[in-house]
Design a protein around this ligand. Sequence first.
Ligand code: NAD
Ligand code: DAU
Length: 373
Amino acid sequence: MNIIITGGAGFIGSHVVRLFVNKYPQYKIINVDKLTYAGNLANLKDIEDKPNYKFVRMDICDFDGIYKLMQDEKVDGIIHLAAESHVDRSIKDPFTFAQTNVMGTLSLLQAAKLYWDGNYEGRRFYHISTDEVYGALEMTHPEGIKPPFSTKASSGEHHMAYGDKFFTEELKYQPHSPYSAAKASSDHFVRAFHDTYGLPTVVTNCSNNYGPYQFPEKLIPLFINNIRHRKPLPVYGKGENVRDWLYVEDHARAIDLIFHKGKIAETYNIGGFNEWKNIDIIRVLINTVDRLLGRPEGADMDLITYVTDRAGHDMRYAIDSSKLQRELGWEPSLQFEEGIEKTVRWYLDNQEWMDRVTSGDYMKYYEDMYAGR
Ligand code: NAD
Ligand code: DAU
């Protein structure tokens, strides 16, 4: 297969590109990325010279460019991750989110429809979305209850749920932020292209990912870096909001499985049944960073700084991924305690990556790499 992966220079996209390039030498993987502030080719250093990998710098909104690329590369699969992904940025600049997430997705859909022209055998358009489209769940049990589910990821010491409802695939969409509204809109377009033109689509909605190569505007890498440098940790509101965390490589494995085995026109929720209040996760991060840096565990608790809450801050996300487990046999591989230890270690061991990102130097990587070619 010749597969376009969009957003492959970003956080999750880089893990998906790496997995496909290494696991499927018989496929050609074309990473299409505009290299916005969130795109970093250093995330793919280890695979950039592989013969089955190609990078194309392109905006997904460039319909003519995408259509021609599909023709030139005889593309038969698209795995679409490119998006503006940060909620706080969407609150400040909703236009960019509508442009990339909605119009960019539409441009890919239209290009695939025209190029495949009804010959859909062996072809697939896989759209990666978020649990945030479902809105927010209530905290009916703020102290935590034993959840009805247990998986490898959630079977550690913590293993709690903070409410009795979970996001299932049948729930109606109720997005609150400009980011999630734009993602919801793109999901609707994908389904509309299946229902109207028969495009072979599949959609997945995943919970919060964590792991290596995440841009340090997001909670986990930002806080690990701040703890290391003893900078304040800006906790929104009371730190009581709940997120459901999944190790990024487990998401990439789910994407691989669903791309190959998922049913056309289906939706699958992906999550680790792994709910945490922000403040509890922040305490785990402080203890872990302190321990790994040889500081007394908990010495940096005083960095916690409560700041004004995020506007429209969703209270609780919690994915029910039992459909994916039942129908395709997927389960997260890592327990959270293991995953967070691995993640903190990675950021501490890769300080150069972090420094290049925080200083802005990473933006020069592409120019340096392609200079003179
Ligand atoms: P990211 O912000 O780290 O990366 C996004 C990538 O898309 C970057 O490489 C960027 O350069 C590229 N991009 C942005 N606009 C583009 C455009 N117009 N044309 C081409 N490329 C463009 O994002 P991420 O966290 O890796 O998320 C990837 C996808 O997964 C997104 O669709 C997001 O909605 C979804 N998702 C993310 C999470 C999460 O926890 N991070 C959870 C569920 C779903
Ligand atoms: O649920 C999936 C979503 O997870 C993805 O669709 C998004 O692309 C991804 O960014 C993520 O969204 P969140 O808003 O949940 O992630 P973020 O890391 O920005 O924030 C996690 C929680 O931590 C959230 O409740 C807000 C809080 N927070 C975040 C930051 C950056 C803070 O308290 N302080 C901070 O500085």
